[in-house]
Design a protein around this ligand. Structure first.
Ligand SMILES: [Zn+2]
Ligand SMILES: [Zn+2]
Length: 278
């Protein structure tokens, strides 16, 4: 008994120490979102692209160490310069993407995708640079499809500063992390992200696939996300500091948006990789 009480209090202490990290700011789909996007993409890869990607990466594109590399890298001292490559803060009140206002010195997800595509294609790039470029692209095409990676309201950093409660549950979250993780969690229930990807890939119609593939400009991807942030993610969420409860109506509106954005990101990532790895 004593032993279990000691280990319980040790566990409790560990949770207390870890909790600030768990509740801290997040700036990306969580692991599940990125794995699901990359797995949807994998299902649309040509055999040639899949083989070549595997040779370059030494793993599947949906392996955690591949699709989550960019999130691990940004937390390392040598990767801190890539922190703002994961999003673009287009003001909620704007209706366009303005590179001077939104993407200073090319430090935003739009410029990062354009740049890393070039690095990958450039015959002068080293093998290491091409490996990293591919990992960046696999991650950033996911991030750019999370609506709150495309918008900000009143300087809230894509909802990171907006405290909310989720479905009336105890505990406070921020709006951004709800869109990275919790809504997707409601969609997936306890499903494995790869299985979830197979399931939502099967729901993509050929008309949707064609329409999504035709739009290749990351600026357009951002404007789509920015609109969804305005119409769904920020809709009815108070701008005051009081913690807003995201109720079942809100979550039911958000769930299909998150599912569609993951489907869309997967289709577009496959299109990009099939072109880069013919
Ligand atoms: Zn990210
Ligand atoms: Zn995020």
């Amino acid at each position: 008994m004593l032993g279990s009480r000691v280990s319980c209090s040790l566990l409790f202490a560990a949770l207390l120490i870890l909790s600030p990290f768990c509740q801290g700011k997040t700036f990306a789909w969580g692991d599940n979102g990125h794995i699901a996007v990359a797995k949807v993409a994998d299902l649309y890869l040509t055999d040639a692209a899949r083989t070549k990607a595997g040779q370059i990466l030494g793993a599947d594109i949906y392996a955690r160490k591949v699709c989550m590399f960019a999130d691990a890298f940004k937390h390392r001292p040598e990767g801190s310069f890539t922190r703002s490559w994961h999003f673009v803060d287009v003001p909620d009140s704007a209706n366009d993407f303005d590179p001077v206002r939104d993407c200073q010195q090319g430090n935003c997800v739009v410029a990062a995708i354009v740049e890393q595509k070039q690095v990958f294609k450039d015959a002068g790039s080293t093998f290491e640079q091409r490996v990293m470029a591919l990992k960046f692209l696999i991650h950033f095409v996911g991030d750019i499809h999370q609506p709150l990676h495309c918008s900000e309201r009143n300087g809230d950093h894509g909802g990171n500063e907006v405290q909310v409660r989720f479905l009336g549950r105890n505990g406070h979250l921020n709006l951004h992390s709800v869109w990275d993780d919790n809504i997707l969690g409601e969609n997936m229930q306890a499903e494995d992200p790869e299985d979830y990807a197979v399931e939502i890939k099967a729901k993509i119609t050929s008309q949707q696939k064609t329409a999504w593939e035709q739009e290749k400009d990351p600026v357009k991807w951002v404007l789509e996300g920015h609109r969804l942030a305005h119409d769904v993610a920020y809709k009815d969420v108070a701008t005051t500091n009081e913690s807003h409860n995201l109720d079942a109506n809100y979550v039911n509106r958000a769930k299909p948006v998150v599912e569609m954005q993951i489907q869309k990101a997967g289709v577009r990532l496959a299109k990009l990789l099939n072109e880069l790895l013919p």
